[in-house]
Ligand binder design. Structure first.
Ligand code: ADP
Ligand code: MG
Length: 810
C-alpha cells in the first residue's frame, strides 16, 4: 500500500523519551485483575525467558487460556521494562480475528487501536502507525509483506497464532521462517496452537537446527461442558422434524444417503458397498439407541428415520433455542449466549430467517450472524453486549471455533459440518462441499461453551455417527487444495532454487508435503496461462503481476486483461460475481420461472456470464432507488449475494490501484474512461474473461441435440442444469468453443458451471495450448489445421490475420 508495515521509523533500537511517555498509557483498571486471572498469566515468566533464550518456542494451551491476547503483551512489556526496542508481528488466520484481537488488546492496555502501540493490518485496511509495536495481521498479509521486505529486518518477534488450523498460508510461512531464522539469528519466532499435538511443530524445527525446541503447555481452566447429541436434542425438545425447511409433520422416508465427501464418480460397486455400510450403521445405531434405554421410542424412531446426512436440522435448532430459554432462563449471572456452528453463509442466512420469524412473536433473541466474508464493521457487533433482557444468539461458521472468543457463551449447537475445499489431483478437480468436521474440531467447538460456567453442547448427529464417521484430525489445507497461488508466491518470494524442479524441492520441505501430482498440475496451469516459463519455472511479467494480486491467478488474469483491453467495469463485475456463490436463485418449486428470468438476462446469448452481467447492472440501477431487494426478488436473484459482489468489486478495484494497474482515485466513478473504452464490446469482454478462465475451455459437439462438451482427459460433460446453456441445442451455437468457470464432479457426473460460447480468435490469442490439444500445430507463426471435408482430411494453413480480418470457421 506504500504505507509502512510496523514502526519502521525507529529501527535503531533506541527508545525515545516520547515513546516512553506513550508507553505510560493507563491500562484498563477493570481488566488488570481479569488478565492476571487467565491461566497463561501463571506461565508469564517462563514464556518471557524461554523466548529470550530460544529462537523458536512452541506454546500450546486450550482455547481461552489467554495465548492470543496475552503472550504478545508479555513479550512487549518485558522489552519495555528493559528499555529495549521491539516490534512484534502476530499473525491471525482471518481478517476478523486480526481486528477483534487488536481491539481487545488495545482495550486491555487502555489505548485505541492504531494510535498507541497496538495496531492491525489486513488486506485493504490498516490501523497502525510508526509507533505501533504490536501488529496483528493476517498470515496472508505477512506473506505479501515478505515479497517486498524479505528479511523483515525491523521485526524482532513473529508470533504465528492458531498454527493447529494448518491453513496453507500458515504452513507456507512456517517453511519460510525456518529458513529466515538461519539468516536472522536475532529473530524470535513463537508458534501458538490450541491443541496438544504441538510437538510436531517443534520436531519440524529441531530437524533443521539440530537443537531442542522448547514446547510450553499452558494448563487450561475451563468449566465442564456436557456433550449431547442428536438423540438428546430430540428427547429434550420433542421435535421429530429433522429437516432444514420443515416437512409439515409428514414423516417422509429419505432416499438412500450418500456421503457428501466423495468427489470421484461412484461406480456401481462402491455404491453397493456404501449401502451395505449404511445398513450396518443403521443396525448399530438402532442397537445403541435402544441399549441406552435413555430415549423414548419416539426419539429412537425419529433419529433412525429422519437423520439425513445431507441436511442440517434447522427446525430442531429453533426448538432447541426455545428449550434453552425454558430450561435456563436469563438472570443476572453471566453466560447466557448461544453459539451455533453452521457450514456456510447459505445456512446462516436460512437459519437466520427462520429464527427471525420465531423471534417476531417473542423478541427474546438478539441474533448475530458471523461469517468471514461479512463487512468488518458488521462483524464488530458480535463483541458488544446484547440489548438488555435479550439472549445473544450467534450464527457462525468455524471462524468461531478457536480464533475468536465471544463473551458469555454457555450453549453451543453444533451442526458438525464445515465447508471444506477438497482437491482431487488425479482428476484435477476441486470441490467445496459441506463435510463432517474432525473429532478434534467437534471437541474444540464444544469447549466454547465452558468459558464462564459449566455449559452444554448439542452435536446434531447421532453419537455413534461421530464415533464411526468422523476423522481424528482435519487434513492440512496444503494437501487438499490446488497449488497455483502458492507456486506463484514461492517464486515471487524467491525462496526456492531458480531452476526447474525448484518448486518441488521447496514444497517437499513443508510440514505435510502435497502430492506431487498436485504440483505438476499447478505448474502446468501456470505454464499454460503464461505466468511461469516452461524451461526454468521462472515468473514471467504476467506471473509477477499476478503474484502481487491477492486473488487466484484466473481471477487475477481476467482483471489484468480487463485493464489492458479497456473493459474494466464489466470485468470487475464478472470477477466479483465469479469469486463467490451464484447470484441466481433456483427454488425447486419455481425452477422454470427462475430459468426463464435467467435466460431473459442472457438476452439470447449462449452465455451465463452475459446473464450475470446484465442481472448485476439492472439490479444496481434498481438499487440506486432502493429497489434492489424488490428487483432481486422478482427476478430470482439473491440480493445479499449481489450486495456482497458489490463489496468485492470495490475491493478488487482497490487491489488494482495498489498494483498500479488503475490510477488512484476514489470509488468506481473515478475510473479513467480509457480503461472502459471497450466496456460495451461483448466480444472484448468475453476475450478478457476467456483469458482468465483458460484453460477452462472445451469443445462443443454440435451434432448432438443437447450441448455436450469435450474436455481433454475427461468423459463428455454437460452444462450445469442451472445454466442458460443447459438446454441449448448444439446447432444454436455459432462457435464451437466453450469457456467455463469451473467443472465439478457430482454423483450425477461432471458438470460445468457458468459457461459461455466463445469464438476461436480469443482462443488463438490467449489459449493457444487449447489448440495444441485439438491437433492444431503452429508453423512459422501460422496455424496448421486439419479439415475434414467430404472425401478426405486436408491440411490447411491459417494465418492469424485471417482470423482477425475475415473471421474464420471454427
Ligand atoms: P486463547 O488465544 O488462548 O484462546 P485469548 O487470548 O483469545 O485466548 O482469550 C483469553 C480470554 O480473554 C478469553 O477467555 C476471554 O475471556 C477474553 N477475551 C478475549 N477476547 C475478548 C474480547 N474481544 N472481548 C472480551 N473478552 C475477550
Ligand atoms: Mg487464540
Amino acid at each position: 500500500t506504500g504505507q509502512g508495515f510496523v514502526g519502521e521509523s525507529s529501527s535503531s533500537g533506541i527508545v525515545s523519551v516520547e515513546d516512553l511517555v506513550r508507553n505510560a498509557a493507563k491500562p484498563h483498571p477493570g481488566l488488570a485483575a481479569f488478565r492476571q486471572g487467565l491461566p497463561v498469566y501463571q506461565s508469564r515468566k517462563e514464556i518471557v525467558e524461554t523466548v529470550r533464550e530460544h529462537q523458536i518456542t512452541v506454546i500450546s494451551g486450550a482455547t481461552g487460556c489467554g495465548k492470543t491476547t496475552q503472550v504478545p503483551q508479555f513479550l512487549l512489556d518485558d522489552f519495555w521494562a528493559r528499555g529495549e526496542h521491539c516490534n512484534i508481528v502476530c499473525t491471525q488466520p482471518r481478517r476478523i480475528s486480526a481486528i477483534g484481537v487488536s481491539e481487545r488488546v488495545a482495550k486491555e492496555r487502555g489505548e485505541n487501536v492504531g494510535t498507541g502501540k497496538v495496531g492491525y493490518q489486513i488486506r485493504l485496511e490498516r490501523r497502525a502507525n510508526e509507533h505501533t509495536r504490536m501488529l496483528f495481521c493476517t498470515t496472508g498479509l505477512l506473506l505479501r509483506r515478505l515479497q517486498v521486505d524479505p528479511s523483515l529486518d525491523d521485526v524482532t518477534h513473529i508470533i504465528l497464532d492458531e498454527v493447529h488450523e494448518r491453513s496453507i498460508d500458515s504452513d507456507f510461512l512456517i517453511v519460510i521462517l525456518r529458513d529466515l531464522l538461519a539468516r536472522r539469528k536475532d529473530l524470535r519466532v513463537v508458534l501458538m496452537s490450541a491443541t496438544l499435538d504441538a510437538d510436531m511443530f517443534a520436531k519440524y524445527f529441531e530437524t533443521a537446527f539440530e537443537s531442542k525446541v522448547p514446547v510450553l503447555h499452558i494448563p487450561g481452566r475451563t468449566f465442564p461442558v456436557e456433550a449431547l447429541y442428536l438423540e438428546d436434542a430430540v428427547e429434550a425438545t420433542g421435535c421429530t422434524d429433522l429437516s432444514a425447511e420443515g416437512s409439515s409433520g409428514s414423516r417422509r422416508r429419505k432416499p438412500p444417503q450418500r456421503r457428501a465427501r466423495r468427489s470421484r464418480v461412484d461406480d456401481g460397486e462402491s455404491a453397493a458397498a456404501e449401502s451395505d455400510l449404511q445398513q450396518q450403521q443403521y443396525v448399530a445405531l438402532k442397537r445403541s439407541l435402544e441399549r441406552d434405554g435413555m430415549y423414548s421410542s419416539g426419539t429412537v424412531r425419529a433419529v433412525l428415520e429422519n437423520f439425513n446426512e445431507e441436511e442440517i436440522p434447522l427446525q430442531l435448532v429453533g426448538q432447541l433455542l426455545t428449550h434453552i430459554d425454558e430450561a435456563h432462563p436469563m438472570d443476572e449471572s453471566e453466560g447466557h449466549a448461544v453459539l451455533i456452528f453452521l457450514p456456510g453463509w447459505e445456512d446462516i442466512r436460512k437459519l437466520h430467517d427462520q429464527l427471525e420469524f420465531l423471534n417476531a412473536s417473542h423478541h427474546r433473541w438478539a441474533l448475530f450472524p458471523l461469517h468471514g466474508a461479512m463487512g468488518t464493521a458488521q462483524q464488530r457487533g458480535i463483541f458488544a453486549p446484547p440489548p438488555a433482557g435479550k439472549r445473544k444468539v450467534i450464527l457462525a461458521t468455524n471462524i468461531a471455533e478457536s480464533s475468536i472468543t465471544i463473551d458469555d457463551v454457555s450453549f453451543v449447537i453444533d451442526s458438525c459440518k464445515h465447508k471444506e475445499k477438497t482437491y482431487d489431483p488425479v482428476a484435477n478437480i476441486s470441490c467445496l462441499l459441506p463435510t463432517w468436521v474432525s473429532r478434534a474440531s467437534a471437541l474444540q467447538r464444544r469447549g466454547r461453551a465452558g468459558r464462564v460456567r459449566a455449559g452444554k453442547c448439542w452435536h446434531l448427529v447421532p453419537r455413534l455417527h461421530v464415533e464411526d464417521n468422523f476423522a481424528e484430525h482435519a487434513l492440512p489445507e496444503m494437501v487438499r487444495t490446488p497449488l497455483e497461488e502458492l507456486c506463484l508466491q514461492v517464486r515471487a518470494l524467491e525462496v526456492a532454487p531458480k531452476r526447474k524442479g525448484g518448486l518441488l524441492w521447496f514444497l517437499n520441505r513443508a510440514l505435510t508435503p502435497p502430492a506431487e501430482q498436485s504440483l505438476v498440475n499447478a505448474i502446468d496451469l501456470l505454464n499454460r496461462i503464461g505466468a511461469l516459463t516452461r524451461e526454468d519455472e521462472a515468473l514471467t511479467a504476467l506471473g509477477r503481476c499476478l503474484a502481487t494480486l491477492p486473488v487466484g491467478p484466473q481471477i487475477g488474469k481476467s482483471l489484468i486483461m480487463g485493464c489492458v483491453l479497456g473493459c474494466l467495469e464489466p470485468i470487475l463485475t464478472l470477477t466479483a460475481i465469479l469469486s463467490q456463490r451464484t447470484i441466481f436463485v433456483a427454488p425447486l418449486q419455481s425452477k422454470e420461472a427462475a430459468d426463464k428470468a435467467k435466460a431473459a438476462f442472457a438476452n439470447g446469448y449462449p452465455s451465463d456470464h452475459m446473464a450475470m452481467l446484465n442481472a448485476y447492472m439492472q439490479w444496481e440501477d434498481a438499487e440506486k432507488y432502493r429497489q434492489g431487494k424488490d428487483f432481486a426478488w422478482r427476478n430470482f436473484l439473491n440480493h445479499n449475494q449481489l450486495l456482497m459482489a458489490r463489496d468485492i468489486r470495490e475491493q478488487y478495484l482497490t487491489l488494482l490501484r495498489d498494483a498500479r494497474l488503475v490510477s488512484a482515485g476514489h470509488g468506481s466513478n473515478a475510473i479513467d474512461a480509457r480503461l472502459n473504452r471497450n466496456a460495451n464490446e461483448w466480444a472484448v469482454v468475453k476475450a478478457c474473461l476467456l483469458a482468465g478462465l483458460y484453460p477452462h475451455v472445451g469443445r462443443l459437439d454440435i451434432k448432438r441435440r443437447r450441448a455436450l462438451i469435450f474436455i481433454k482427459g475427461l468423459p463428455t460433460v454437460k452444462a450445469h442444469p442451472g445454466s442458460v446453456n443447459a438446454k441449448t441445442q448444439g446447432a444454436e451455437w455459432q462457435h464451437r468453443w466453450v469457456a467455463f468457470h469451473d467443472k465439478v464432479m457430482t454423483a450425477g457426473g461432471v458438470f460445468l458451471y457458468d459457461t459461455s460460447e466463445v469464438s476461436p480468435l480469443p482462443i488463438v490469442m490467449f489459449g493457444e495450448a487449447a489448440l495444441e490439444d485439438e491437433g492444431v500445430t503452429k508453423v512459422d507463426g501460422s496455424f496448421m489445421v486439419t479439415v475434414q471435408n467430404k472425401t478426405a482430411q486436408e491440411k490447411r494453413i491459417i494465418k492469424l490475420q485471417d482470423w482477425v480480418y475475415f473471421g474464420c470457421e471454427d
